[in-house]
Every structure is written in structure tokens, then in C-alpha cells.
Design a protein around this ligand. Structure first.
Ligand SMILES: [Zn+2]
Length: 93
């Protein structure tokens, strides 16, 4: 499995992952890979594949300004499913 595929797999649950845990799991710095994946994804469908934010995960207190990352398209999928459920709910009542 390539480094990119490992990162993808880690982020596939849609939850935020601290860069530190990504580095521990992959053994490499992930920042460059993540920006490469975003550049490729933006070229392919105009959307970022991965979103980042300063890490504020509970229990993490980094001295350095570390980022957390998640699959940017995961929420969107959930949003559509939710809308779909609401539509079905409306048609039943
Ligand atoms: Zn963190």
C-alpha cells in the first residue's frame, strides 16, 4: 500500500485525525502527501479531498501548531443521506 493509500484509509471514517497520529501510523510526515491529494482532487472534481484545521482534539495539547485532518467529502455524503431520510419521512406522514 502506498503512503497516500494509508492516509486515505486512516481518513476514510470521516473523523478528525491529528497529524501526529497519521505520522505515527504511516511513519512519514503526511503534510506533503495531503496537499498532493488535494491538488489532484481539485483538478479532478473541483473539490478538496481532505480538510485541515488546527488540532483541538481532546487531550491533545501541542506546543507546535499542529493540524488535524479529515475526509472533506464524508460530511457531504451524510448530508445527502440525511436529506434522503427526511424526504422519505415526509412522504410517509
Ligand atoms: Zn493533535
Amino acid at each position: 500500500m502506498s503512503h497516500k493509500e494509508i492516509i486515505k484509509q486512516i481518513l476514510s471514517d470521516g473523523r478528525w485525525h491529528c497529524i501526529q497520529s497519521i505520522i505515527i501510523e504511516t511513519g512519514h510526515s503526511a503534510r506533503n502527501r495531503i496537499s498532493e491529494m488535494n491538488i489532484a482532487s481539485e483538478k479532478a472534481n473541483g473539490k478538496l479531498a481532505i480538510e485541515g484545521a488546527p488540532c483541538d482534539i481532546e487531550g491533545h495539547s501541542h506546543k507546535a501548531n499542529l493540524f488535524k485532518y479529515r475526509n472533506a467529502q464524508h460530511d457531504e455524503k451524510e448530508y445527502y443521506l440525511q436529506t434522503f431520510d427526511e424526504l422519505i419521512g415526509e412522504s410517509i406522514t
